[in-house]
Design a protein around this ligand. Structure first.
Ligand code: HEM
Ligand SMILES: CC(C)=CCC/C(C)=C/CC/C(C)=C/COP(=O)(O)OP(=O)(O)O
Length: 321
């Protein structure tokens, strides 16, 4: 019998679902950053190549990325309902709280996956649609079903799922994925471990309870702090690579340099601290929280710099003009 059919995954009695429950099912806050990085890829492609794109098509393609991200989130919630019910942070999610039946979540996830890929194909091209389908499968199936419960490298390998959006955005414009697009992919790929492991240092007790082999559970807090620092030290210079290819100009270069220095400083603070070693509020726990919060701001501002630089809107062709 599969994992899916065994456990009772609701921690509370069923209750009526609200619209908010369906929104939560799609992991909306993560969706926002996914869409933003996708949009940055799209705008950068327009700026770098000079290829113009119909704004309506750009809007539909962006909507398709949002739908795809939401679909993958719903599939993840469907599969992970058993462990989400065990962990405090996730126990109030729509499935463990009894608001949304699991069958409904998977049905919604699958239908939305299909709609998003089709929409992407119609609005742009087969390459962008294929990349979107790959990223949904990568997060919904490869990370969630194969990696998450098996290996402490789950989020390193699985993190690639969240790195696809700028490549998708780029492909929407050009129908291809050149080096510049993969540089943006690499930035998110190296950003994911410090982003997640900072939080996992605070939540390792929960992951242990749910039997999820996150790095602090399997290798301890010290190794996790070391790994956070290693990935951050790789990320900071890597984020400057777009300046060498011409993708990033002065604004981007300044943003990448300053944000990189702050990220490294906060990662060093965590590295030198006792974060994760002591299960109570300590200076180390505060440092890990600061790093986690900054990681989100980092990615947002870095990609915002690209959008600003490539003059959001300046190259768009208005329909009929
Ligand atoms: C394997 C990769 C990733 C893992 C394991 C991961 C894990 C997490 C976790 C556990 C949280 C905390 C949520 C909470 O406090 O309830 C979080 C928050 C967040 N993550 Fe990630 N994340 C990953 C990749 C990404 C990516 C690719 C993005 C977007 C580009 C992203 C954006 C965010 C945002 C915006 C938040 C804050 C909003 C929130 O708390 O829901 N994450 N992430
Ligand atoms: C364009 C497109 C389809 C993008 C989808 C990619 C996507 C949403 C990636 C995010 C990865 C992510 C948030 C993992 C969370 O881990 P988790 O699920 O283990 O976290 P949890 O413990 O909060 O459930």
């Amino acid at each position: 019998m599969s994992h899916v059919e065994t456990a009772d995954m609701t921690s509370e009695a069923p209750r009526y679902a609200t619209a908010g429950d369906y929104v939560q099912l799609m992991k909306p806050r993560i969706m926002m950053l996914v869409v933003f990085t996708g949009l940055a890829g799209l705008v950068s492609a327009v700026g770098v190549t000079g290829v113009s794109i119909n704004p309506l098509m750009a809007a539909i393609a962006t909507l398709a990325i949002a739908l795809g991200s939401g679909a993958a989130g719903a599939i993840n919630m469907w599969y992970d309902a058993d462990i989400d019910a065990i962990m405090k942070r996730t126990s109030t999610r729509p499935i463990p709280s009894g608001a949304v039946p699991r069958e409904e979540a998977i049905a919604l996830g699958l239908v939305m996956s299909g709609v998003s890929v089709l929409l992407m194909w119609l609005a742009s091209n087969a390459v962008a649609a294929a990349l979107l389908a790959i990223s949904i499968a990568y997060y919904g199936w490869f990370y969630t079903m194969l990696l998450k419960r098996r290996t402490p490298q789950n989020i390193v390998i699985g993190g690639a799922a969240g790195a696809f959006p700028p490549v998708i955005g780029w492909a929407v414009v050009t129908g291809s994925a050149p080096l510049d697009a993969w540089l943006l992919f690499a930035i998110i790929f190296f950003w994911t471990p410090p982003h997640f492991w900072a939080l996992s240092l605070l939540a390792h007790g929960e992951y242990k309870k749910a039997n999820v082999p996150m790095l602090p559970v399997t290798h301890g807090a010290g190794t996790t702090r070391n790994q956070i620092l290693v990935y951050t030290l790789l990320l900071a210079p890597l984020a400057l690579a777009p300046v060498l290819t011409g993708l990033g100009g002065v604004i981007y270069a300044a943003a990448a340099a300053v944000l990189g220095l702050v990220f490294v400083k906060l990662a060093v603070d965590v590295w030198r601290s006792d974060a994760g070693a002591v299960p109570v509020q300590t200076e180390g726990a505060k440092a890990a929280k600061r790093l986690f919060a900054f990681s989100i701001l980092y990615l947002f501002l870095l990609f915002a710099a690209l959008i600003v630089e490539h003059g959001f809107g300046a190259y768009f062709v208005m329909p009929g003009l």
